[in-house]
Design a binder for this molecule. Sequence first.
Ligand code: ATP
Length: 299
Amino acid sequence: MNPRLTLLQLTKRFGGVAALSDVSLTVEPGQRVALLGHNGAGKSTMMKIILGLIDFDSGSVSVAGAAPGSRAARQATAYLPENVAFHPALTGAETVRHYLRLRGHDPRKAEELLERVDLAQAMHRRIGTYSKGMRQRVGLAQALIGQPALMVLDEPTSGLDPVSRRGFYALLDDLATQGTAILLSSHALTEVEARTDRIAILSRGVMVAEGSIAELRRRADLPVTVTITPRDEGTVRAGLPQAVVNGRMLTLSVAQTDKLTTLGRIAQLGAAVEDVDIAPPTLEDIYTHFSRPAESEAA
Ligand SMILES: Nc1ncnc2c1ncn2[C@@H]1O[C@H](COP(=O)(O)OP(=O)(O)OP(=O)(O)O)[C@@H](O)[C@H]1O
């Protein structure tokens, strides 16, 4: 299958600032890719280039096999900006009908789209009375028009409460199952860790890491955290002198390669141990690990 999005050695400068340097990325049909990066890392610049809103200096970009900004690319792509702005005097239903007409679709589909984003109750109210999260969901309904081949979402959950976030990701899962490729930028590491297939980390315009969370975890080779709940603290501390006391628990930071040996030593402590938990490095740990070299360059 052809990728829905291909960026090859993409470079973009704004005067003296290299917003993107040699960035490559592909997103296949049905993939959900999270684009992570500090403020000013180049995420919005990349999205604007994909949408054909700004030019780039060198490299190549293909959106569903077409040039960014071309009619074919625009038809294949849906975009949800971070702060959606709609006319406050129009209702949700009127707004989505308007976008349906603009994109050559049957305006009667507005109700179904608004139901999909959980706005059935409020669709006939003026948008001026909506909360930020509700406006965001109107934006999402607009982005769902015509079953896009590629969805580009800029911080899509920033105004949403936890229940709405869950609903939002369930909707993305449905779209991905039907083949839509999804590229979303986010600073919410915990939720993208659970709800996306691949992570792309930009740091000062450079793609410093890209892959599934399992691949990035392997590559980063960060220690796992082993937490032991002792039944007999004295015996556990004597058996594991390097463990750090943390309230009622003892924790150990263990290299991946020493994990099984350490578990063997814990098992030998027998009844002195009440429980053991192993936590792999979180996406936040991985993100910090890969972003760090560029940060130290900056120092
Ligand atoms: N129109 C512009 N003119 C000059 N510099 C720009 C312009 N747009 C972006 N930049 C610069 O390019 C770099 C990347 O900015 P960009 O907005 O892409 O970052 P970002 O990752 O989206 O950040 P944030 O998380 O804050 O939205 C920054 O140094 C920014 O100042």
